[in-house]
Write a protein of this length. Structure first.
Lengths: 293, 291
């Protein structure tokens, strides 16, 4: 702790004022208002609010469409995170050698971070386009199945997953490469002398030593795929076909802004809030334990 | 002495397995080059499409090389989507959010580290809790607050509510704590007040942190989707990322993907250029802000 060096009664309050005003106005007030609103329902004419207690939540967990969104969101985030990380780790381990030009590779890997999820989605939308896209055309040599995201929910889902993984991939790979370069080669050589093969060495030494990197990337990719992919869904599939790609954030937005069901949307916000709090708690729990060394 | 003795031994060791090392390095280069190419392909393909005519775009098999319609497509996209206005809006939002967040979080970190005041812990926890309240968890209510203020469809509404930053505050707090106390004491002996100290000493020392935060926040502001979608309701206030959706051909429309891709290229260029140009700070920012 620093010694407080500037004796001044009012200045510190003036300095934190902008931050606190914005925090109160745009974070705390809306958050409490979501909690309050989640207990109400708009009257048929939309002119007043009717208190319904926990009615919105009861409705939420009996609503098949909402439960489907829950599954969709978790499957989407899990696949984007796990497949994305596994692929990055695999390639990083294969490419781990003391070579020149690693900073050049890093530059060539990191730029997709700058592309908005929505824009990434629009690019992949065309790559996947059933009539003109290069991917269905290439696949037509292998199978007669028509990959059409207009009609098939799972193809639309694949499209979103591929776009999301693509956007995150270079970043994941760059972090794993840096993590692997930091591992002492002496440790691995010692294990090699002891007769451990490359796969054994990977699981017994490399993977545990990389766990801080994995944990960091895992939280980052989970948050990204759960919350920041709203633009991807909105610009590319609009939740469809049907509601095959309606992730939770998209549904909360749609019910609130298009369906004008304010209470119902607020209840969904409250559920999301609970999820964020759990995720953050888990993150701090693990971060404190430093995962493993 | 020991060093000169040790050297021939390591040299010998390095020479003992030269072939294995070469092979290792070669595989590494091959895999990394393949990854880079795979990553770049969709962008290359999008660029190629943005240079082709409508008939080339809709030909099967697809033509994977650039063509001649580049100027026509970019001009068409520029006109049709009011690109100049949208890019201006995006620039205002990205710069406003980035600079606003940097100033606001630097001031509050300065207060937290260099002053003792009642309620300091409350302030700290309030800032911390904002981490758990991203826009998606308060969609409808935040919109209502903005509309009470009369800020819907204004630049104020697009930027100010995003300016609170826990990550920025923590980053500066962390950094200020590493600055030796003697600097502040010396400043006091010279009769400099706290704001003078902040301006002439802390600010220049924080340059690298500011640059790192700037890259991350600029990209975030430029690419943000949900907030501008909620807050704006006329085409002239749309940011580029949400505005170009109108150019994406839907089923019943002419498949002008060349125009859509031209627009996409224009929208993605600024944030990608900032990352490439400020590479070093970008990497620093990635690591520091996610700690």
């Amino acid at each position: 702790m620093k010694r407080s060096v500037f004796p001044n009664r009012w200045l510190p309050y003036a300095l934190v004022a902008p931050q606190i005003v914005i925090t109160l106005l745009f974070f705390f007030w809306p958050a409490f208002d979501s909690l309050r609103l989640s207990l109400y329902r708009a009257s048929p004419f939309g002119d007043r609010l009717i208190y319904v207690g926990l009615g919105n939540f009861r409705r939420l967990f009996q609503d098949d469409a909402y439960l489907r969104s829950m599954t969709t969101s978790f499957v989407f985030s899990a696949v984007v995170t796990l497949v994305g990380l596994a692929l990055a780790l695999l390639l990083a381990s294969l490419a781990n050698a003391k070579i020149r030009g690693l900073t050049v590779y890093r530059s060539l890997l990191l730029w997709p971070y700058g592309i908005a999820p929505a824009i990434a989605g629009i690019i992949w939308l065309f790559v996947f386009h059933p009539s003109y896209g290069i991917l269905p055309w290439l696949l037509s040599f292998v199978t007669a199945y028509r990959f059409n995201w207009f009609l098939e929910g799972w193809v639309a889902m694949m499209l979103l997953i591929v776009a999301a993984i693509w956007k995150q991939f270079g970043y994941n790979l760059a972090f794993y490469l840096a993590g692997l370069q930091a591992i002492e080669t002496a440790v691995l050589e010692a294990a090699s002398v002891d007769g451990a093969g490359p796969i054994r060495r990977f699981f017994a030494i490399t993977f545990p030593l990389l766990s801080p990197v994995t944990f960091f990337l895992f939280t980052l990719n989970m948050t990204f795929s759960f919350f920041d992919t709203f633009g991807l869904v909105h610009a590319v599939t609009q939740g469809g076909p049907g509601d095959a790609t309606s992730i939770l954030v998209y549904r909360a937005w749609k019910d609130g802004f298009e369906g004008l069901q304010l209470g119902y949307s607020a209840a969904q916000s409250v559920v999301l809030m609970a999820l964020v709090i759990v995720l953050t708690a888990v993150q701090f729990r693990f971060a404190e334990k430093k995962v493993t060394y | 002495m020991a060093r000169t003795l040790a050297q021939p031994a390591t040299l010998a060791a390095a020479h003992a397995r030269p072939r294995k090392r070469d092979w290792h390095a070669l595989t590494a280069h091959a895999i990394l080059l393949a990854s880079v190419a795979l990553l770049a392909f969709p962008l290359y393909y999008a660029f190629v499409i943005s240079t082709q005519t409508l008939s080339e775009v809709t030909t099967i098999p697809p033509k994977p090389w650039p063509s001649t319609a580049i100027i026509a497509n970019y001009a068409e996209a520029w006109q049709r989507a009011h690109m100049a206005r949208m890019l201006l809006n995006s620039a205002i939002v990205a710069l406003g959010v980035a600079l606003g967040k940097i100033v606001i979080s630097m001031l509050s970190a300065f207060a937290i580290v260099y002053f003792d005041f009642r309620g300091k812990h409350v302030v700290f926890w309030m800032i911390f809790i904002t981490l758990m309240l991203p826009v998606p968890v308060r969609i409808v209510s935040t919109y209502q607050v903005v509309s009470v203020l009369g800020w819907v469809n204004t630049y104020w509404g697009l930027t100010v509510p995003l300016m609170a930053s826990a990550t920025g505050t923590f980053l500066f707090r962390q950094f200020f704590r590493t600055i030796p106390d003697s600097l502040a004491e010396a400043a006091q002996l010279d009769g400099a007040g706290p704001m003078r100290f902040l301006w002439t000493i802390l600010l220049p020392l924080s340059k690298a942190n500011i640059a790192a935060l700037f890259v991350i926040l600029f990209v975030y502001g430029w690419n943000d989707y949900l907030w501008p979608l909620m807050i704006t309701n006329t085409p002239d206030m749309r940011t580029a990322v949400i505005g170009i959706e109108t150019l994406v051909p839907r089923t019943s429309q002419l498949p002008e993907w060349n125009v859509a891709m031209a627009a996409a290229m224009m929208v993605l260029l600024p944030p990608v250029a900032v990352i490439v140009a400020m590479q070093r700070w970008f990497v620093k920012g990635l690591i520091e802000t996610e700690k």
